[in-house]
Design a protein around this ligand. Structure first.
Ligand code: CDP
Length: 229
């Protein structure tokens, strides 16, 4: 029997659907590289905020991009991101970044800059990329496309439970922030979040974490075995 192919997997879906935590585990089990494209948009957003620029000012943001050094280090344990050699992997997870990332990610210059790097990282195959436009724009020829979703209530609740400081944030506030981000990501002009027709939809409301991992693993293994190396 020939070896199965090391395929490329695109995982898209709205905020808090579990894309990154699930994709990370699936990638580890398959021995694939996991690429968190959202972390890249977050890193650019953090750089914009730290520079004191207005995240909505497209000229200022595109000027900043020309002087930015962004480096990604995908390992089995984490997807580490560096801005100008500073490790920002944890710093990109704040509410301030959450509140501004969709404004930055809607900009054409930002998307061109990051999509080129994402495609390059995916070239070798044996990769899982998660984001909003992976199946539609970044890897339109991905071997497997998955759209992972759940109701806004489920997604907000998961996010809230995950937050270390959730005594100071209400579930309603998290729900609003998740819904606002979905709204912006789905309605923007540049690469909006869409469920492409050739994606397999996984609704995770009634699935546990492990069940979702298993569903994705099965899809990946089936596609990889059919494709063969
Ligand atoms: O993990 P979560 O669902 O909160 O979001 P994320 O994957 O970290 O992405 C943060 C934001 O970056 C999203 O809300 C989008 O605005 C943007 N993004 C994007 O536009 N395209 C991608 N491929 C990935 C993220």
């Amino acid at each position: 029997m020939s070896a199965s192919k090391r395929i490329s997997i695109a995982v898209d879906g709205p905020a808090g659907a579990g894309k990154s935590s699930i994709s990370k585990v699936v990638a580890k089990k398959l021995g694939y590289l996991y690429i968190d494209t959202g972390a890249m948009y977050r890193a650019v957003t953090l750089a914009v905020l730290r520079a004191g620029a207005n995240p909505a000012d497209t000229d200022a943001v595109s000027h900043l991009l020309s002087n930015l050094t962004l480096r990604m280090e995908p390992t089995e344990e984490a997807f580490r991101v560096y801005v100008d050699d500073n490790d920002v992997t944890d710093a990109i997870r704040t509410q301030e970044v959450n509140a501004n990332v969709s404004v930055v990610a809607a900009q054409k210059a930002v998307r061109q800059y990051l999509v080129a790097q994402q495609r390059e990282m995916a070239l070798a195959g044996g990769v899982i990329l998660d984001g909003r436009d992976i199946g539609s724009v970044v890897l339109p020829n991905a071997d497997l496309k998955i759209y992972l979703t759940a109701s806004v209530e489920t997604r907000a609740k998961r996010r809230w439970l995950e937050m270390k400081d959730n005594e100071s944030v209400s579930l309603d506030d998290v729900k609003k922030s998740v819904a606002d981000r979905d709204e912006m990501d789905k309605n923007r002009e540049e690469s909006p979040l869409v469920c492409v027709p050739d994606a397999v939809v996984i609704e995770s409301d009634n699935l546990t974490f492990d069940e979702t991992v298993d569903a994705m693993l099965k899809l990946a293994t089936d596609v990889a075995n059919k494709a063969e190396a």
